[in-house]
Write a protein that binds this ligand. Sequence first.
Ligand code: ADP
Ligand code: MG
Length: 686
Amino acid sequence: MRPDILNPLFAETDTLDGVGPKLRRPLEKLGLIRLRDIAYHLPDRFVTRRAVESLDKTSEGEQIVLALTPTEHRAPRNNRGPYRVLAQDSIGNICALTFFGRASYTAKKQLPVGEKRWVAGKLDRFGDMLQIVHPDHIEKESSASLAQLTEPVYPLSEGLTQPRISGLIEQALARLPELPEWIEQSQLDKEEWPDWHDALHLSHKSEHARARDRLAYDELLANSLALMLVRADNRSRRGQPLKGDGQIRAKLELPFPLTGAQKRSIAEIEGDLVQEAPMLRLLQGDVGAGKTVVALEAMLIANEAGKQAALLAPTEILARQHYETIRSMAAPTGVEVAILTGRDKGKARESILMGLMDGSIDILIGTHAIFQESVNYRDLGLVVIDEQHRFGVEQRLRLAGKGRQTPHTLAMTATPIPRTLSLAQYGEMDVSRLDEMPPGRKPIITRVMSMERMGEIVDGISRHLETGQQAFWVCPMVHENEKLDLAAAEDRFAALRERFGDRVVLVHGQMKPEEKDAAMERFVKGEVKLMVATTVIEVGVDVPNATLVVIEQAEHFGLAQLHQLRGRVGRGSEQAVCLLLRSEHLSETARRRLALMRETQDGFRIAEEDLELRGGGELLGTRQSGDTPFHIASLEQITRLLPAAHADARLLMERDGGLASERGQAARVLLYLFERDWGVQLLRGG
Ligand code: ADP
Ligand code: MG
């Protein structure tokens, strides 16, 4: 049970003044559900604005405060478009104040035509016009103080403003309890870190690196500890040794010889499976390295030992793809392969549930539906989890509870994680690496082109589609405002549709999952030829006929992401091409990133360099931690602080593995605070 001392932090946000059903939604969109989340909603950066007399005295990109008088309100042309208020400075220059979605109601009220207002925000440009998107402040009174204030800038979602979220954070901070110290005193002294309570307050007030480090360290320590508890628990469990006799595997008729790396990984897995302690192994291999067949061999070993195996995929489409591949590869062996996803209902579902219970199904493939309460296996011996990073440790533990005894677990990921991060994410697992590609792969041709050559690029796509092959067009997420991004993707889609008609489809993250799946499926089946997408295509869809990927404003993507996106092509026998479209002006880091993409296709090298490049360019704790399990710690902080946190956790485990001492108790509070209490629960259970 959660220690009582944490209760105030786990109260829901609507216990704060001013939070009703209306504000709850935008908060939830940011993952802010409890006071804890609000208190940990740390600023991306701080701004200090400059008061200016007129628009002539400033330039694009600057944070300013100035007096403006609204002259005209322009309602949007469609319901996606922005609401614009045109306003005039003291000498008649015009600028637009731009609002998306519900913010436009505020605009109507706060910006009456003809009345002067003090507006604070970041100046940018829309076409020929200067604009301020979602001003941070709009006030009646002269506000010199607005200009002097150093203010935190928080990540927002639609329906939230900076003053709004600041007010909520203030309330949440006022309710912080005092918590026992879980970091070693000597560590605190050495680093001159504030205690937890002060660290949170300071982090919201100014760029306080030591406070941010302490908060990041807390998260890293919690994670390391939890992983070690899982590991210790796993070691102490009795599983079922699985020894295959090779009979089923002998019947496989693979169309290719296995690579050395595949053979080695299979041998490592085989070695784990004969042990009594359940396997916890990660199979790491770049896109296209051939993880599926390794998973199949592992599952067949389980079948030879008389057990069932299950493969969990992160999405419906991936589950179906795996099902088709594995069923056809396994056909000569005679094992029974079935699929179960959220879509299977009624009779079909019943019959699969029966088959699992009576043991006639040997291999089950599906989405998380395969581990629901109502799904019972006769004898589950092995669980394979594809695209592991999408599933948390908690889910993995839930799966572990499905067998009569703890089943063996094989997790797979294509995300090439640098060694330091791998410790954080998979600290409790053994790792096999597929570091060798199947022979005969043609390297993907990677070219960097300026966006200005759009005409040529579109002609190129046209020729490409004429050959019958397909293509991806990836639009970036670059604005702080996701509506602007979506609008850009929709514009691109509209432009491409003018040229290619209904051969183009648009897929983005705001679509309902069913709509998205349906659009993807039309592409997979070849009904549409060109998919315009935001980064939703990142995770493992396999369309061998798609041999061209165009990545727009490639400089906005991280290296690891570019690598993943490029990996969507080059899976068939045709030569694949990746076009990285760049803007005219590039930072030095962006230039190096794109150059590296041209230079190598080695995911591990890219991952290491990505970390280095990102680490260098990062300020504060900018949370670009994307594929990591962390919300507070940035990549740079992870690299710098994780080794110490890991060592600290190990020391604590050695001294007090049951977390019973005073510091052990404090560590329990930490684990609950970061919701990594699965570790503590294991302690109690075992
Ligand atoms: P991933 O690691 O991305 O999951 P897959 O398992 O989907 O990769 O394999 C990618 C492609 O490579 C598939 O078409 C698969 O049949 C093929 N493949 C796998 N192993 C080999 C091999 N040893 N030799 C040749 N082709 C292989
Ligand atoms: Mg795969």
